[in-house]
Design a binder for this molecule. Structure first.
Ligand code: ADP
Ligand code: 5GP
Length: 200
């Protein structure tokens, strides 16, 4: 049997510290049909981050040039820094049948959902605000002030969860990952992107 597939655009969003990056890393390791859309950002690189793997780290001037060139599928100011998804990270790959994964904030997710209504949107929730706080402190990648800013934004972000096609509460990580895989498995069979050609 022959089959054709259109690429899936998987949009993962949720408050900082909910576990998006952790789930995204697992999915990318487990499922080679996905590639990660590397965003550009004007924020500084963290110690554990790799240029062009986690982000393209760019200056404010470079960001302005990309804006002028209409290079973004979406872009937003998040927690005081600018971030954007490059069209070049997304469309060519999808046309080749590859699945593309975005880890972006709720403003960006909303813009992508409007432009690409067939995208698969998943919102990751923490089990509680207390857990979110503990996770951001445990991750230890931001200063106290930046952690407070991210926690302060979480309520408004979570208020938008019903805009998403799927919700996953990341309490037990293995269970949350199983649920993410279930979404992916089902959406791969969605008739908008799966075209099996059965024989005579
Ligand atoms: P995000 O990308 O949403 O900001 P991360 O994936 O960086 O969040 O996770 C934030 C912190 O929480 C990390 O230190 C991560 O190891 C931890 N974490 C992720 N999922 C869980 C979970 N289910 N239970 C406990 N800690 C978790
Ligand atoms: P962090 O600084 O922790 O890597 O990311 C902060 C927030 O920015 C997260 O919610 C992350 O999903 C979001 N983000 C990362 N890349 C992009 C992007 O290209 N566009 C938008 N809108 N948000 C992004």
């Amino acid at each position: 049997m022959k089959e054709k597939r259109k690429g899936m655009l998987l949009v993962i969003s949720g408050p900082s510290g909910a576990g998006k990056g952790t789930l995204v890393d697992r999915l990318l390791k487990k499922d080679p049909s996905f590639c990660f859309s590397v965003s550009v950002t004007t924020r500084g690189k963290r110690k554990n981050e790799v240029e062009d793997v986690h982000y393209h780290f760019i200056s404010e001037e470079e960001y302005d040039k990309l804006l002028d060139a209409d290079a973004f599928l979406e872009h937003a100011s998040v927690h005081g820094h600018r971030y954007g998804t490059l069209k070049s990270e997304v469309y060519e790959r999808m046309e080749r049948g590859q699945n593309v994964l975005l880890d972006i904030d709720p403003q960006g997710a909303r813009a992508v959902m409007a432009k690409e209504p067939d995208c698969v949107s998943v919102f990751i929730l923490p089990p509680s605000y207390g857990d979110l706080k503990v996770r951001l402190h445990t991750r230890n990648t931001e200063q106290q002030e930046e952690i407070e800013r991210r926690l302060g934004n979480a309520k408004a972000e979570i208020a938008q969860m019903n805009r998403y096609r799927y919700l996953i509460v990341n309490d037990d990580l293995d269970l949350a990952f199983e649920q993410l895989q279930a979404v992916v498995r089902a959406e791969k069979q969605n008739s908008i992107r799966y075209f099996p050609e059965i024989g005579e």
